[in-house]
Write a protein that binds this ligand. Structure first.
Ligand SMILES: [Cu+2]
Length: 755
């Protein structure tokens, strides 16, 4: 053995010993727990955001007591009210007027009076109606003001009222006690009916003209995932009378045939004159419709953690994340809403809020073909689900409760109805690797703040996200999941969708979502500008016989509401932005661009008798002058009377000039859903995601993300393994700790009310 070989062996032996010692040392040392200290965020809010805060349970108690004592009529609790009673439908925070809020936020003005919107059903009056009151001031109300006529130009007739849960219960009772017993043989032998074997799904709207309250109820086997188990029976109930003993069946549908009532269906059945399509009884777990995993848990999926604690702060309803700050709230009807959204202290948007979610269905069954769900009237906020740690939002997200008072005289708590978290999206926000001239790498991880709620509206679940990026962009995103709504497969059903199980037709439908975007870019007054590209034919200056098709920038100020209303079929300039009165360093008007991600088509033909009720869906984008009396693009009363819409968005567009004015963008986004076999048991979020972005356009002098503390830059000459040079190299030191996850809890099944 020569010296060289001895040396190599010695080195190898030493290396092995060293490696062993390392392993032993590491194994012997218990990993530390991540420091869960909140990084100091500069929160200059001083409680100002509370001007947008949802009502507290204490405030709700005060308001209910005030209403009970001061309306001069007895109020029945809406959870057990008859249509002929008076009751509180819901109360919500009355958003103060913008001018007043801005005086308070920006001008040192007084804090606006805190007021409440109280919506009452007056069934026990000579002229039954829905009345909206503004009640104030909180915390101890002393006045109420009827604002119905001022808001809607007239009284709200009682038939427009959204259907209470108790009304559905009363209808279920009517079907059970008076309707089904009139077809005993059919119900027993064909449907295998007993008291609990059927689930009922409502459709809406309810008829063909104002005043109608005639609803097709679709019957399903009452098993887990019942939405996929239609039995072929649908019943049209006229529940327009305030005297529930007057309710009646108007029509019955079974397996492609229509009958006057259940008695006629029974007699046809007994005489053997109907075609029976008996559905096999499904087990309680629904079999194919069950969401129970078909595989046991195996290796744990990846999770994110915050090695040094959250980098955002949430105080009351105010959030601060890096250069961002905003206030949030949850409307009973329309769901999440954000206010006073600022970047680097400068307001970019006054309000961004969900307005409506619409679904228009086709089918050869009556319930399916007449369904046009307007989810706001059911309550997108009210039906916010309790979010499940680690699935609905990251395990370590911040979970917030919401409180609401609807269809009751006591408030309810929506546990963990909202989550806020920072998410490392696992890709660069920007990067460059230079291998030319000089050698370096520069990059910034795309880590964004997300505010999320998920509304479960009957069969569907909508995941609502607002995402704040480090480059000053905001994204609004909605993803659809949950169960599809289905029809009983018969006849020419395949014209209306795909067959997805034995007797189940996945019915074709649209999803359309509307948002209100009240941008205030560099001040309240903005103009709307369109930039796009056109080709111009030019002769090459250096070789005039040659032609060049040269792209050029086209610019246009859209100066009227009509010019700024883009119907779905119309061509919209690819860059549309809210322009400020100020300019950036390079002399361009500072702006924020609206970029829409949508696959929506026609909502309904404009000739439809209900089109005006959903006329917001005509437009992928419509920019109007902001008006206090145009706060929302629709109304909860449109669902049950779309033929005389209480709010018709199309009327907002009346060719007013929109240059240098306070403007609102109404954005519609959506997609067509043709359910297919992979929608069983659930529709997946993948690919069913739409929304829009608000992106800076010449607003800053350069990309503000360059000021992010997360930036990474090193050259070939630097020691990029050193923590001081490259913060990612600090990871083994700073982030080698065990995440301190709280125990899993879930309150979603407490105090649940069954419909
Ligand atoms: Cu769908």
């Amino acid at each position: 053995m020569n010296m060289k070989a001895v040396l190599i062996l010695l080195v190898l032996a030493l290396a092995t010993i060293f490696a062993l010692v390392c392993v032993l040392l590491t194994r012997g040392r218990a990993p530390s727990i991540c420091q869960h200290q909140r990084l100091e965020q500069e929160d200059t809010d001083n409680g100002q955001s509370l001007v947008f805060a949802d009502l507290t349970p204490e405030e709700m108690v005060q308001v209910v007591r005030y209403l009970q004592e001061n309306l001069g009529v007895p109020l029945v609790d809406a959870s057990r009210a008859l249509p002929s009673d008076n009751c509180i439908s819901y109360i919500d925070m009355q958003v103060p007027a913008k001018a007043e809020v801005l005086r308070f936020l920006d001008g040192g003005g007084a804090r606006p009076t805190r007021e409440v919107l109280a919506v009452l059903y007056f069934g026990n009056q000579p002229d039954p109606n829905v009345t909206e009151y503004v009640v104030g001031p909180l915390p101890t109300p002393t006045y109420h003001r009827d604002v119905t006529v001022q808001k809607y130009g007239g009284k709200v007739p009682y038939h427009r009222r959204p259907t209470l849960a108790v009304e559905y219960k009363q209808i279920a009772g009517f079907l059970r006690s008076q309707v089904f017993p009139t077809a005993p043989s059919f119900m027993h032998q064909v449907i295998e009916y007993n008291e609990t074997s059927l689930a009922v799904m409502t459709t809406a709207p309810r008829g063909f003209q104002s005043g109608d309250r005639t609803t097709w109820f679709v019957l399903f086997q009452n098993v887990s995932g019942f939405f996929l188990h239609p039995v072929g029976l649908e019943v049209l109930v006229d529940h327009s009378s305030l005297d529930i003993s007057q309710w009646a069946v108007s029509r019955v549908f079974y397996n492609g045939q229509y009958y006057r009532d259940m008695a006629q269906l029974e007699s046809a059945y007994v005489q053997g004159r109907i075609s029976v399509e008996k559905v096999k009884k499904a087990p309680r777990d629904g079999d194919f419709s069950s969401m129970k995993p078909r595989a046991p848990p195996a290796t744990m999926f990846p999770v994110q953690y915050e090695p040094q604690g959250p980098r955002y702060s949430v105080r009351n309803n105010h959030v601060v994340f890096q250069a961002w700050s905003f206030a949030f709230g949850m409307s009973v009807n329309t769901g999440m809403r954000l206010f006073d959204i600022r970047y680097q202290g400068e307001r970019i948007a006054y309000e961004i809020s969900v307005q409506e979610a619409l679904s228009v269905y086709g089918s050869n069954c009556p319930g399916g073909m007449s369904t046009r769900y307007m989810d706001g009237s059911f309550g997108i906020g009210r039906f916010s689900s309790p979010l499940v740690r680690g699935v609905d939002c990251p395990y370590s997200a911040t979970y917030m409760d919401v409180h609401y008072l609807a269809q009751s005289q006591v408030s309810r708590i929506g546990k963990n109805a909202l989550c806020i978290f920072e998410q490392n999206l696992g890709s660069p926000l920007r990067r460059h690797y230079s291998n030319l001239q000089s050698f370096y790498y520069g990059g910034l991880v795309n880590s964004a703040l997300i505010v999320r709620s998920i509304a479960t509206l009957g069969n569907y679940d909508y995941v609502w996200d607002f995402i704040f990026y480090q480059n000053g962009a905001i994204e609004a995103k909605v993803q659809a999941t949950g169960y599809m709504s289905s029809s009983f497969l018969h006849g020419d059903g395949l014209r209306y969708g795909n067959r997805v199980w034995e007797h189940t037709l996945g019915t074709i439908h649209t999803h359309s979502i509307n948002y209100k975007v009240d941008l205030d870019v560099g001040g309240v007054k903005n103009s709307l500008v369109a930039h796009d590209m056109a080709f111009e034919m030019a002769r090459a200056p250096w070789s005039p016989e040659q032609q060049i098709e040269r792209p050029r920038l086209t610019k246009k100020v859209l100066d009227t509401e009509d010019q700024a209303a883009f119907q779905h079929q119309s061509k919209m300039p690819r860059y549309i932005y809210f322009a400020a009165n100020s300019k950036n360093k390079w002399g361009h008007q500072r702006g924020y661009r609206i970029q829409i991600v949508s696959f929506a088509g026609e909502h309904v033909p404009e000739t439809s008798s209900m089109e005006r009720a959903i006329s917001w869906a005509r437009y992928k984008l419509a920019v109007t002058r902001r008006k206090e009396e145009e706060p929302t693009s629709t109304s909860i009363y449109n669902q049950n009377d779309p033929w005389t819409p209480t709010v018709a968005f199309a009327d907002f567009i009346n060719n007013e000039t929109i240059t240098n004015e306070d403007l609102v963008a109404w954005v519609t986004t959506g997609f067509l859903h043709i359910p297919h076999s992979e929608d069983i048991p659930n529709t997946v979020t993948v690919g069913n995601s739409v929304g829009f972005l608000l992106r800076p356009y010449n607003y800053y002098d350069l990309d503000p993300s360059i000021y992010s503390h997360d930036g990474v830059f090193f050259t070939s000459e630097q020691d990029f393994t050193a923590c001081e040079i490259n913060s990612v190299a600090c990871l083994p030191k700073k982030a080698s700790c065990l995440p301190n996850f709280p125990l899993f809890t879930y309150d979603g099944f407490q105090n649940i009310s069954r419909l």
